[in-house]
Structure formats: C-alpha cells, structure tokens
Ligand binder design. Sequence first.
Ligand SMILES: Cc1cc2nc3c(=O)[nH]c(=O)nc-3n(C[C@H](O)[C@H](O)[C@H](O)COP(=O)(O)OP(=O)(O)OC[C@H]3O[C@@H](n4cnc5c(N)ncnc54)[C@H](O)[C@@H]3O)c2cc1C
Length: 499
Amino acid sequence: MGNPTLTEDLECKWPSRFGSWAERAPDTRALCRTVRTIPWRLQPPTVNDVREVLREAVSHRTPIWPISRGCNWGYGSHLPARNGTVILDLSRLDGIGDLDRTSLSVRIEPGVSQTALFKFLQLHAPDIAFNVTGAGGETSVLGNALERGIGYGGEKDRDVFAIEALLPDGTSLGPTKGRNHNARANPAGFSTDSLFIQTNFGIVLGARLRLRIRQEAEDVAILQGPFEALMITLKRAYERQLFVNPTHVGEPGRSRRVSFGLLRTLWNRDPTDDELDRCFPEQRWFVGLTPLHGRRHVVEAMWRELHRAKMPGVKLQRGNARMIDFAAKWLGRVGARYKAARLLALRPLLAFTWGEPGDAGLNSLDGYLVGSNPDHASFGAIYGNAISSFDPNEAQRAAGIVRARWQNSAFTWILVDNRSILTIYTLHFSENEAGGVHEANAAIVEELRRSGLPQYRLDISTPAAPGAEAVVNRLKEAFDPLGLIAPGRYETLCADASR
Ligand SMILES: Cc1cc2nc3c(=O)[nH]c(=O)nc-3n(C[C@H](O)[C@H](O)[C@H](O)COP(=O)(O)OP(=O)(O)OC[C@H]3O[C@@H](n4cnc5c(N)ncnc54)[C@H](O)[C@@H]3O)c2cc1C
C-alpha cells in the first residue's frame, strides 16, 4: 500500500499552531529500541481539537499515528511504523462515564488507564470489576483492546463494543439510538466495531466496556510442576470445564525474572540468589495462574475436581486477597520471614486475577527501575507471539524456533481456552545487541509463519502476513484514500525497513 501523495516531511510546520499541546521532536526511546524520526507528538485536550488536527493533516497530507496511552511496550511503545509520522496521543481524552449497571458496561475514552478505571469502580461500584492485563496500571484499557490484548479474564477485544470513531473525511461513526443497545455488542446488520480493531482506518475516540460482578469467591489457582504434567492437568481442567478463564503459564526463565522483580519491589533492593531461592523455591518449575471465580461452594467443588484431574508431580495452591493478607501477617509474626515475603511479593501479581491492575509484570524487565518509564529501562525487550492449538508440543516447538535464534529469551504460554495456546516470547538484549535482535526477530516471525504458528498481534516493524490485502486495501481506499492514518500498521508491506 503506501500512498504516493505522502512525503516524509520532517520539517512539518503546521502542528506548531497547537502550542501548549504540541511537542516538537518528542522522546523516541522505546523498550524495543526501534528507531524512528518523529516530527511532533500532539496531545489534543478535546475531541474538537482532534478534529482540527485531522483537518490539518488532510490538508498538508501529513501521516498521523493515533495512540491511546502509547504503552505498547515491547511491540513499539508509542512509535509509528514509518518515519515522518506525527503521533496523535489521545491520552488527554480520559473520560469515564455512563456506568450502566443493568447491561454491566461503562463508556471509556482512549486515555483511561487501568488504574483510573479501577479507582473509578472502587468509588462508584465496588462490587463490579473489569478484565485486567498484566501490562501495568498506566496502560490504556481501550488501546489494549484495539490491539486484541489478553487480560487475566480473557481476550480484551471481546470486552469492547459500540466503538466511536472518526474517519479522515470528518465522518463520525458510533452507536445510535434505535440501532444499538448497551445490552448487546452487535446491532442488526453490519457491525462497524471490527473496522477499528487491529486496523488503520480511523481514530477511535470511545467505546463501551463490559464489566463483571465480583463473586463471593475470587480465588486464584496456582499450579506448579514439570511442563508436560502441568499441561496435561490444564488440558483436563479446560475439557472438564473446571476453568473458564485463561491460564498464564511461565517457564522457569520467566518465573525467575518475575520472582526477582517482585522481591525487588517489596524490599526496594535486589534480592540475592539465596533469598530468591528461599522465597521462590518453585522458580525452577513451570507455574500457571488461573482465576477461579464464583459462589464459594462451587469454587470448592471445582477445587476438589481439579485435584482429581491433576497429574503426579503437579502441585496445586490456592489464594485470594483475604487469605494472603492474613497468612502473610501470621507468618511474619511467627518469624517465617521468607514465607511471608513470598506471599507479600506475589500478591500484586496474583491480584491481576481478581481485577486489580499494577506494575508487577513490568518489574520483571531487565534494567527497569521500579516506578519509572519502561522505555528507559537499561536493557531492551522485544515482545512477539505465536498461535498454536492446545498441544503442548506445538507450544514447545514455537519456543524452540525463538530460542534457536535468540538465546536470551523468556516465555509465557497463555492457555486462552481449550482450543488454543498463545506463546508470548520476550527477546532481552543490551544496547549493543539492538541491531542483531531486530534481525533475529524478523527471522523468527518468518519461520513461525512458515511453520504454521502465526502471530495474533504485530509489533510496529512487522508487516501483516499476505492473504487479506485484497479486502484490507479496498477498505483503506474507501475510508482513508490518502493513507494518512497509521501508514504501515497491519499492512502487508512495511515501507520502513529501519527496525
Ligand atoms: C512486562 C509487560 C507485560 C505486558 N503484559 C501484557 C498483557 O498482560 N496483556 C497484553 O495484552 N499486553 C501486555 N503487554 C503489551 C503492552 O504493553 C500492552 O498491550 C498495552 O496495553 C498496550 O499499550 P496501550 O494500552 O497504552 O495502547 P497504545 O499503545 O495506546 O495502543 C496500541 C496500538 O493500538 C492502536 N491504537 C491505540 N489507540 C488507538 C486509537 N484511539 N485509535 C486508533 N488506533 C489506536 C495503535 O496502533 C497503537 O500503536 C505487556 C508488555 C510488557 C512489557
């Protein structure tokens, strides 16, 4: 694709008229260390200002890259796919409203972070929760859903509906009375929502988000053991419908990094190897986390069934906020220092399962200072992924392809349901390895695709696999004929080769 009328205009002058919310030559450091030249980052405070930006972009033929909060860490953060693209940062549109208890949904804007929504619900509806990801409190709920992110309660794109969007010609799309209802995601006829998920046809300004009622039991199941035994146990749990939410399984490399980060956050210093081993003896195992929500006696029955389904060698543990707080206090009192520290350190990670966002996942990044900007971590990280069927050998095959090209890698397997496993990989690297790691990742993506293990989500440097371009190009031509919105995003050809 790529429109001939667009030029790389690094001198681009028009955004200067937006004064206070236009930043010239913004910070381009990203966790994945992709290099881009960006003339401006614009942070319009109102929808009318967004319209104004769009009008200017159209009249000057300047490409723009909409982001919600720009925390797409490991996949490109706030950076565009191509040089010379102006970043349209929608983080100042952060309204939360129209909480509808009967349809269990709320309207959110792009700038609404996970922490902001959590606080809003605590204040206005503490009995209601939303599906939280492990990506950190500052990430955008809507931005993540538009990327088909995965939360501890399931796939995030399934949580959003009634998407409100702006097209380059100024047309607004969104739900209308008589056609849409808060209680159903789709109206009769064509649903426009899918036009804006993993595409580059318009700018999303709002949507409704599905919520859930908090249950009497909001437990988390922790399963530990050797890979094969653990996966067979999990497969049985899904087949017998004991589990309905995804399971996040960390391999020993990931578990060690996560445990290190959790203790570092708790103690505000690096733990020693000995302390790490004492607090987290299971780091050498594969560890799975699954939310177990429901009436107390139903969860107890599921737990008993899970013990029946369990393979030898697999250890099962269970927790919830109250149990953990009580046990940590008690263990501290009886002097079981490491056991108490283990529980306190784990709490923020386990809290994702009962809908409490936080930065426990970010703390596992190498060279990341707790509470700082992940893009400024002293080590880089690239995230990638592969889809396979619910077959542990396939998941291992995906990891093998990654490891063969980049040794310093870590893996989480997300068992989404009883059909599929997502292999999420991280390539860790130091500054002087930045060139090599991008080459390695391009080769990994290529080989995964050739091996029948395609991606479910793409970073900004990876072009879409061929196959849908006949339709995508036609839609792009219809909605954005000048190719102004996020050129190179989810397109089959990525013009910018600089990774
Ligand atoms: C340690 C770590 C843990 C992570 N854990 C998870 C996890 O558990 N689950 C998960 O899904 N991800 C995870 N991530 C990846 C990533 O950080 C999250 O997906 C994050 O939510 C994306 O950032 P954001 O929500 O601010 O979206 P943004 O960066 O704002 O948006 C992402 C992309 O969506 C498009 N877009 C966004 N907003 C708009 C809009 N308004 N209009 C049009 N297009 C738009 C753009 O292409 C943009 O680049 C993790 C990353 C790290 C480093």
